[in-house]
Design a protein around this ligand. Structure first.
Ligand SMILES: NC(=O)c1ccc[n+]([C@@H]2O[C@H](COP(=O)([O-])OP(=O)(O)OC[C@H]3O[C@@H](n4cnc5c(N)ncnc54)[C@H](OP(=O)(O)O)[C@@H]3O)[C@@H](O)[C@H]2O)c1
Length: 328
């Protein structure tokens, strides 16, 4: 597609939020050796996208300006590099793009073969674009606590905070597939919705019981997938069983220090900072679950690329119910 241009949304500097996004016409990129050129059908936003724009991951991300953000996409293969073995033009796929290159907020994007998987016709572009960061993090978090997805897990009590969010709504469904009893927290408006995802009991985080994280049925938790911020260890601790693991998916330096101290002192209740390490086999597993109707994507809202700033603002606001999607 040499010489062809495309519509893309990018930013030129740190900060600026939604107002910092610019609509531009730039050349369609060409795939190199192990790369795939996609016509993007849908892209999903994650908090990390605007955190990179804010400069929270500097000096590593973005590697340079201008930067076309967003990593999670679904689309159609248009062209492949000479080393690509498993895909051909016309294939429908889901991909997690490189954090270093971004590129998802555009009509065409470059994906690596190693994090691209086939998308079955039963699964829509929007519900699949939503999967990579959010569902992979939920799956990795649950696996970190020892939950297995091969039918061999014995029942455990799991607490999922911010269960109405991008990661949390997948964590609830996956924890149930892993044979867990799920206690979830969310705002009052989403209590019934989170129950419909499979949560056994739901706490409104703005009530005293919700703030204390106490299970309505008196259960102690074996694991916590902690998908929000601002909750101290002292709040978790009285609600935990002896060998519980609290997986913090928004770790800070304090999380790292506290986690290390607990390991050094042989504390039984562990705090585990998690950074996503995406794996193709996990993406394939998640897409298969969507195909079988066992994993649903809650879509907060869909926005056309021409109004990408509305999607950006919605994600930054921190109150999305499920995933914010941009359609091309
Ligand atoms: N470590 C990693 O690799 C990794 C990967 C993915 C995400 N993350 C991080 O994980 C966090 C969550 O990501 P996300 O995509 O799930 O975010 P999100 O979709 O933006 O989460 C929004 C949801 O959180 C709920 N919420 C906010 N505060 C809450 C509280 N105190 N208790 C219960 N629910 C609360 C909101 O409900 P209301 O509207 O009712 O307030 C809303 O539904 C972000 O900080 C993100 O950067 C890390």
């Amino acid at each position: 597609m040499a010489g062809k241009t495309m519509h893309a949304v990018r930013y030129d500097s740190y900060g600026g939020g939604a107002a910092g996004l610019k609509h531009v016409e730039i050349p369609v990129p060409s795939p190199k050796k192990d790369e795939i050129l996609l016509k993007v059908e849908a892209a999903a936003l994650n908090p990390v996208d605007w955190k990179i724009q804010k400069g929270m991951l500097r000096p590593f991300l973005p590697p340079k300006f201008p930067f076309v953000p967003v990593t999670d996409v679904a689309g159609e293969v248009m062209d492949v590099g000479p080393g690509v073995k498993t895909f051909k033009p016309g294939d429908k796929v889901v991909a997690m793009l490189s954090f270093l290159k971004g590129g998802g907020l555009a009509e065409y994007a470059i994906a690596g073969e190693s994090l691209t998987v086939a998308r079955p016709p039963e699964a829509s572009p929007a519900e699949c674009a939503a999967l990579p960061i959010a569902a992979l993090t939920a799956l990795q978090g649950l696996k970190t606590t020892g939950i297995k997805f091969d039918g061999t897990s014995s029942s455990s009590n799991v607490l999922i905070t911010a269960a109405s969010g991008g990661v949390g709504h997948y964590a609830v469904q996956l924890a149930k597939l892993g044979n867990s009893h799920v206690t979830a927290t969310c705002g009052a408006r989403n209590v019934e919705l989170v129950k419909s995802l499979g949560a056994d009991e739901v706490l409104d985080y703005k009530t005293p019981e919700g703030a204390r994280l106490t299970s309505p049925s008196g259960k102690k938790y074996d694991s916590v997938i902690h998908c929000t911020t601002g909750i101290d260890w002292s709040t978790f601790e009285p609600n935990l069983n002896a060998n519980a693991k609290v997986v913090d998916i928004t770790p800070t330096l304090w999380t790292a220090i506290s986690s290390t101290m607990k390991r050094l002192t042989f504390a039984k209740k562990q705090l585990v900072p998690l950074l996503l390490y995406p794996k193709k086999e996990d993406m394939e597993y998640l897409v298969q679950l969507v195909k079988e109707g066992k994993l649903k994507t809650l879509v907060d809202s869909k926005h056309p690329l021409a109004k990408a700033e509305e999607a950006w603002a919605k994600s930054m606001d921190g109150h999305a119910t499920g995933k914010v999607i941009v359609e091309m």
